[in-house]
Each structure stands twice: as structure tokens, then as C-alpha cells.
Design a protein around this ligand. Structure first.
Ligand code: UD1
Ligand code: CA
Length: 486
């Protein structure tokens, strides 16, 4: 479906959101890796409006800097005091007028706290609005619990006659389950005119945008209410319980899309994805998996159980179990985990391995190279086909400067090595167990640290730690040895 380019979309986001009990403005709380306001703007963009205006008040500095980041095309209009939704719209209209922008054509009004609204629903709303030639079309929905919402009032013929706020409604009107979502399509010119005529004669003493319905109707204009199919879409978030509910609905929606596109999700209840996440076909997501930000998972990969990947690329056919990764690249066919931590700048090439209790940071691990167990690799470049022995540490930090270590191709670093950067280990070199590699190793050489050859100081514990359990155990062992000799 396509509709004419609306003159503007106006997003109301000036309210305080007190019930969130938060330092962060309500609209900036996140679900699915995007702020609630970001979700609303993403939906609004599907209309390709000529102007996208956000009305800001509370927390406006935070909201503005967020907008600069996620939606630089947006302009803001300030509502100093929150004198109602109608007043907020008036601030937007007056701001546009002050910039010489006349509203001709359709103007869409939305709220910043309805993150589940789909852009396609706004497109359908505008299509219905234009088809019927309305001055105003309210987006409504039938909801299980209408408490607190404005109600859609219809006459005996089912004609939409007005919106009554919960606080102003009669007991009969409280029984109406068709609610006003707070989103509308307007004729722009009529909107600009009617917002100048809203009264404050109501329970809250505010300018209600909902009063535009009765005013426009009284002037002989057509008004309509168009009901959304999925009431979840119009659900506003006012507190953190509703925030978690919206998060769940969004996640279910995203997972359903992935599953229908060929991804196996073993346990949707414990699998969480963000809106930007992409997942290839025949990927298997095991329970307890969280894919955040711009994470990309290639075809046939297995992720989880229990993986938390942020802004990470997983190559086709890779296996990533019990892993935390942030800003890492995992090559095709690579294996990671269990209990592995990949930090920013980690690049594992094709078929590389980072195994159990391995931490890697800002390092390149070449094709087929393996770091199988209990090892820290920081600021290193490891070539192809190399193996880093168990329990090795790349000492990259001297307390002041960080330096890089370079390990060539087909190198065999022994177990429990300490690689002290900056250092270069040549292609095909070996190192013995427990080596402290301080100096460059030529290609094909064996590095051993002779200075660390083991020396046993007999009777040391008895002399230096007398009376301790260790000394007693040593003495007992000595007595046994003496008895055995007799
Ligand atoms: C409004 C509607 C109600 C509808 C409900 C849907 C009116 C009078 N009532 O009620 O019919 O069912 O939304 O959620 O419009 N805002 C401002 N400035 C203000 C007041 C509000 O920017 O001065 C913004 C808020 O930040 C929020 C939105 O407008 O994004 C809705 O405001 P809210 O106070 O939640 O409206 P309701 O009273 O719930
Ligand atoms: Ca060690």
C-alpha cells in the first residue's frame, strides 16, 4: 500500500513519564535495542513525511541529543509546560508556521510512548483517512481493559461522534471497549485552525486534542475512527511493568519473523533479539541466547545455549556456546566456548577456535589457529595454523603502555607460557612448557627459558614455616620416608 506523502508527522514526547520513576526520560527507555521514541520514528518514516516534528518538554536536552544520534532529520518544538495534548500539538503547528511551513495535506499525530506501533498501520490509517475524505481520523482499537483511555463514542447508527476522556466519562461510557490510541490523521489546514480553539473546560483543565473531533464535526466536516487489528500496537508504556510487557511482545514478533524466515529457535521464552539483528537460514538458537545490537549470524551457525553477543559477527557454520562477545568477529566454521569472553576487536578467522575459559581482546587469530583452554590473548596477531598451549597469558600491558605480540604461522606455543609484548615469534617456531617469551623467536627455533629451570630447596618449609600445617605434613612425609627405608 502506498499513500501520498503526508505534510508532517508530529510526535508528542513532552510528558514527564513520572510513573517510570527514572532519571531517563520515558521515551528514551529501550526495548529490542532501540528507544521507544526510536521505534515511533521508525514507524513514522514509513510514511516518508515532508516534516517530522517531535514535541519536547521534560528531559528535552537528553531527548535532543538522542535525536541527533538516531534521527538527525527530525526537528523539535518546545512545549514549556505540559498543558495537554492539544496544547502540545499547537506548539508544533506554531513552530512549523514560524518556520514558514504551511500544513496542506495530511498530518499524522502520534505519541512517543507506543513502541509497538507498526509503520504499516500508520500507512493504513492514512489510506482510510484519505479514502473517506475525513477532516480527522482517529486510530482506535478494541482492548481487553479500556481503563484510563479516552473512549470512542458512537451514536445509535454507529457514527463516530466524539472522544470522551476516562476522567470525564459517564459510567455507561466507561463500559465502551473501543479506545482512542492517541494517534490520528488530520487534514493539516483544519488541524492548524482547530488547535487555536481548544478549551480547557474539562477534568484536567488542559487543552485536549480529542476535543477537535466534536469541533470539526460541528463545523460540518467528516470525522472517522479506524480500528487497528492488533490492539498491542497502540498500547502505551507508562511504567516498567508495561515496558517489560512491550519488550516481550516485540521480541515475540521479531522471533516469529526469524522463525518464518528459516531460523530454529529452541526456546523463544529465553531467546532475545534486537531489531537490528540479522540471522541467516538454518541457524540454530539454543536456549538462553541474547543477540544484541548489530549482531549478524551467518547460515547454519549454532549459537547458545547461553550466549550474549553484542555487535558481533558470527560466520556461517560457526558454533558459539556459553559465550559473551562484544564487538567480535567470529569466522565461518569457527568454534567458541564454552565459557569464553570475546572483547572488542577480536577477529577469529575461518575455523579458528577459542575454547573453554579463554578471553581474547583486540587480536587477530588466523585461519585454523587454536586457543583451546584457559588463556588470555590481548593485543596479538596470530598467524594461520598456530596453537597456543593451555594456560598461557599474553602480557600486553606494562602498566603504562600496551604493546602487541606477533605470533607467526604454524607456531606451537607450549602450555603455561607468558608472552611479554612487544615480541615476535617467527613462523614454525616452538616454545617449551612454562616459557617466558621476552625476546623475539626466530622462525623454526625452540624457545625455552633456562633461567627458570626448577631448583628444589630441601627442608625449606620446615625451616621457614615452622608450626604450620604444611610443615607438619612435610615432617610426617619425612617420617614415612624414614620408616620405609628401615
Ligand atoms: C491521551 C488521550 C486519550 C487516549 C490516550 C492514549 C487526550 C486528551 N487524551 O490521554 O484519549 O486514550 O492518550 O494513550 O489527548 N503529551 C505532551 N504534552 C502534554 C501532554 C501530553 O507532549 O502536555 C504527550 C505525552 O508525553 C504522551 C502523549 O502526549 O506521549 C499522551 O499524553 P498522556 O498524558 O499520556 O495522555 P492521556 O491522558 O493518556
Ligand atoms: Ca599460566
Amino acid at each position: 500500500m502506498s499513500v501520498n506523502r503526508p505534510a508532517a508527522v508530529i510526535v508528542l514526547a513532552a510528558g514527564e513519564g513520572t510513573r517510570m520513576k527514572s532519571k531517563l526520560p520515558k521515551m528514551l527507555h529501550e526495548i529490542g535495542g532501540r528507544s521507544m521514541l526510536g521505534h515511533v520514528l521508525t514507524g513514522a518514516r514509513e510514511l516518508d513525511p515532508q516534516h517530522l516534528v517531535v514535541v519536547v518538554g521534560h528531559g528535552r536536552d537528553q531527548i535532543r541529543s538522542h535525536l541527533e544520534e538516531v534521527a538527525p532529520e527530525v526537528t523539535t518544538a518546545v512545549q514549556e509546560e505540559q498543558n495537554g495534548t492539544g496544547h502540545a500539538v499547537r506548539m508544533a503547528v506554531e513552530d512549523l508556521a514560524a518556520r514558514g511551513i504551511e500544513l496542506s495535506g495530511t498530518v499524522v499525530l502520534t505519541c512517543g510512548d507506543t513502541p509497538l506501533l507498526r509503520g504499516s498501520t500508520l500507512v493504513e490509517l492514512v489510506a482510510a483517512h484519505e479514502k473517506e475524505g475525513n477532516a480527522l481520523t482517529a486510530l482506535s482499537a478494541r482492548v481487553p481493559d479500556p481503563h484510563g483511555y479516552g473512549r470512542i463514542v458512537r451514536d445509535a447508527d454507529g457514527e463516530f461522534t466524539g472522544i470522551v476522556e476516562h476522567a470525564d466519562a459517564t459510567p455507561e461510557q466507561h463500559a465502551i471497549d473501543e479506545i482512542n490510541s492517541g494517534m490520528y490523521a488530520f487534514d493539516g489546514a483544519l488541524l492548524a485552525e482547530v488547535v487555536q480553539r481548544l478549551s480547557t473546560d474539562n477534568a484536567k483543565g488542559e487543552e485536549y486534542v480529542t476535543d477537535a473531533v466534536a469541533l470539526l464535526r460541528a463545523d460540518g466536516h467528516r470525522v472517522g475512527a479506524w480500528a487497528a487489528d492488533d490492539w498491542h500496537e497502540v498500547q502505551g508504556v507508562n511504567n516498567r511493568v508495561q515496558l517489560s510487557e512491550a519488550r516481550r511482545v516485540l521480541n515475540d514478533r521479531l522471533l516469529a519473523e526469524h522463525m518464518l524466515a528459516g531460523v530454529t529457535v529452541v526456546d523463544p521464552a529465553t531467546t532475545w533479539v534486537d531489531v537490528q539483528t540479522t540471522i541467516g537460514r538454518d541457524v540454530l538458537l539454543e536456549p538462553g541466547t541474547r543477540l544484541r545490537g548489530a549482531t549478524t549470524v551467518g547460515e547454519d551457525a549454532v549459537v547458545g545455549p547461553r550466549a550474549d553477543l553484542k555487535d558481533t559477527v558470527v560466520g556461517a557454520g560457526a558454533e558459539v556456546r556459553e559465550t559473551t562477545a562484544d564487538g567480535a568477529e567470529i569466522g565461518p566454521g569457527a568454534t567458541v566456548g564454552p565459557y569464553t569472553y570475546l572483547r572488542p576487536g577480536t577477529r577469529l578467522a575461518e575455523r579458528a577456535k577459542a575454547g573453554a575459559f579463554v578471553e581474547v581482546k583486540n587480536s587477530n587469530v588466523g585461519t585454523g589457529s587454536k586457543i583451546p583452554h584457559l588463556t588470555y590473548v590481548g593485543d596479538a596477531d596470530i598467524g594461520v595454523g598456530s596453537n597456543i598451549g593451555c594456560s598461557s597469558v599474553f602480557v600486553n600491558y606494562d602498566g603504562v603502555n600496551k604493546s602487541r605480540s606477533v605470533i607467526g604461522d604454524h607456531v606451537r606455543i607450549g602450555s603455561d607460557n607468558t608472552i611479554v609484548a612487544p615480541v615476535h615469534v617467527g613462523d614454525g617456531a616452538y616454545s617449551g612448557a612454562g616459557t617466558v617469551v621476552r625476546d623475539d623467536v626466530p622462525p623454526g627455533a625452540l624457545a625455552v627459558s633456562e633461567g627458570h629451570r626448577q631448583r628444589n630447596v630441601e627442608g625449606w618449609t620446615r625451616r621457614k614455616r615452622p608450626g604450620t600445617p604444611s610443615a607438619e605434613a612435610a615432617e610426617q612425609a619425612d617420617r614415612h620416608r624414614a620408616d620405609d627405608k628401615q
